[in-house]
Design a protein around this ligand. Structure first.
Ligand code: 8X3
Length: 265
């Protein structure tokens, strides 16, 4: 763990999967707005680099914690080690997640399935189990899950990814049922295609040719989603945005995409 002094006047946000894409853009956005930001991820060097850059640029306190959300004990040990005000978390953004492979169910790879189930479902569960109790006790707090259009639709060769994101949708709803009477808000953002993330390159395991899925449309970018997360987190206490389903102007559904060129640069 590497820490900076927590500012007790500011709220604290914890963002999982903050080493790239939506997580990194969200951490940056909230740092710019003066929040105490806890960035978590599996890549220590990346976390340290992001922490340093954001602290220099925005002057906000950033704490970097390296752990894998799939490993409950590891996540628990990291959270138990928090001190000096950092242990009080106001906003949890469950962003860590991703896809592996695009195969029909009859040809799916078990390690892809395990990755998606472990990260997208268990990761969200682990973080909620560790942080929701303190929010419930305080009668205050906000959990924002990053779902996907794949949590609302199912497309060919994406059964397990879509199932994992449907699970996130169900968990968001279920957590809300459990926490709303205690004043804890639970929201989700469900983005369609988003570039400047590692989503496609990870899905296709480094195959740059296959990962070129954004070249002929103007998709969302990570900052678009970060802005929505900030909007959701900054509504008055009596307002809880339950879900934001958001796609690029050139996308109407998971499979209906206008690929006639990048139109809105
Ligand atoms: C990412 C959106 O359409 O690639 O969650 O499944 S999609």
């Amino acid at each position: 763990m590497s820490s900076s002094k927590n500012n007790p006047q500011s709220k604290t946000i914890l963002v999982t999967g903050a080493t790239s894409g939506i997580g990194k853009a969200t951490a940056r956005y909230f740092a710019k707005k003066g929040y105490n930001v806890i960035i978590t991820g599996r890549r220590k060097d990346k976390l340290e680099e992001i922490k340093k850059t954001m602290e220099n640029k925005y002057g906000s306190p950033i704490l970097a914690m390296c752990f894998d959300v799939c490993d409950f004990e590891e996540a628990q040990a990291a959270l138990n080690s928090l001190t000096d005000g950092w242990e009080k978390i106001d906003i949890l953004v469950n962003n860590a997640g991703g896809a592996r492979g695009m195969d029909p169910i009859q040809g799916g790879q078990l390690e892809h399935w395990n990755y998606m189930i472990d990260t997208n479902i268990k990761g969200v569960l682990h973080m909620a189990r560790l942080i929701a109790p303190q929010m419930a006790e305080r009668g205050k707090g906000h959990i924002i899950n990053i779902c996907s259009t794949a949590g609302h639709e199912v497309y060919p060769n994406g059964a397990v990814y879509c199932a994992s994101k449907h699970a996130v949708d169900a968990l968001t709803k279920g957590m809300r049922h459990d926490l709303f009477r205690m004043g804890v808000r639970v929201s989700q953002i469900s983005p369609g295609m988003v570039e400047d993330t590692e989503f496609a390159i990870n899905r296709f395991e480094g195959d740059e040719e296959r990962a070129k899925i954004y070249e002929d449309i103007t998709p969302l970018n990570a900052r678009d989603v970060a802005e929505l997360i900030f909007f959701v987190a900054t509504r008055p206490r009596h307002v809880n945005i339950q879900d934001i389903l958001v796609m690029s102007t050139q996308q109407a559904s998971s499979t209906n995409v206008d690929r006639t060129g990048r139109k809105y640069e």
